[in-house]
Design a protein around this ligand. Structure first.
Ligand SMILES: Nc1ncnc2c1ncn2[C@@H]1O[C@H](COP(=O)(O)OP(=O)(O)OP(=O)(O)O)[C@@H](O)[C@H]1O
Ligand SMILES: [Mg+2]
Length: 151
């Protein structure tokens, strides 16, 4: 992905097969483009407002869309206890799409996601490597790839 527009396009393609009851993990170093991808995904779901990085709030909800979308960023998650007392677990249910930046910070508290996208630096550009962990994730990835191929 040569530039920010390409990351936004990938995010938008993610909206194609996204469904309630699924989760997406976004992995990659600081500045790799995780929030940018979420911005594209939310635009793909019809959201036209500002997408803030949930760096300090840890969660940002988007509930008036086709899906109930929750955007998490666990970079600043202090420890297991903060997660356990936060009630975040309740958001991961059949009625929501949960997108998580820095899932590794929550360790084993998070279930494997349906879809995982690993963003990596390639000089000034980025690469994206998807992997799936469920049938729902496989379906999602095929929808995403065919959306990317469409003009
Ligand atoms: N494919 C790309 N090529 C070059 N720059 C990009 C690309 N995608 C996004 N960027 C730029 O990278 C910068 C950081 O993006 P972003 O905030 O999305 O990263 P992040 O992974 O969410 O970082 P953090 O871990 O701090 O939350 C932004 O300036 C964005 O425009
Ligand atoms: Mg971010």
């Amino acid at each position: 992905m040569p530039d920010e527009a390409a990351t936004l396009r990938l995010g938008q393609a993610c909206a194609a097969g996204a469904a309630n009851g699924t989760s997406l993990h976004l992995r990659g170093e600081l500045g790799a483009g995780k929030t940018t991808l979420v911005r594209g995904l939310l635009r793909g779901l019809g959201y036209q407002g500002r997408v803030k990085s949930p760096t300090y709030t840890l969660i940002e909800p988007y509930v008036d869309l086709r899906l109930n979308c929750y955007h998490f960023d666990f970079y600043r998650l202090k420890d297991r206890n903060e997660w356990l007392s936060s009630g975040f677990r309740e958001y991961f249910n059949a009625e929501s799409l949960c997108i998580v930046e820095w899932p590794e910070r929550a360790g084993d508290l998070l279930a494997a996601p349906d879809l995982d996208i690993h963003l990596q630096y390639r000089g000034d550009a980025r690469s994206a490597t998807p992997s799936t962990h469920s049938r729902a994730g496989e379906t999602w990835l095929s929808a995403l790839l065919s959306d990317l191929r469409s003009p």
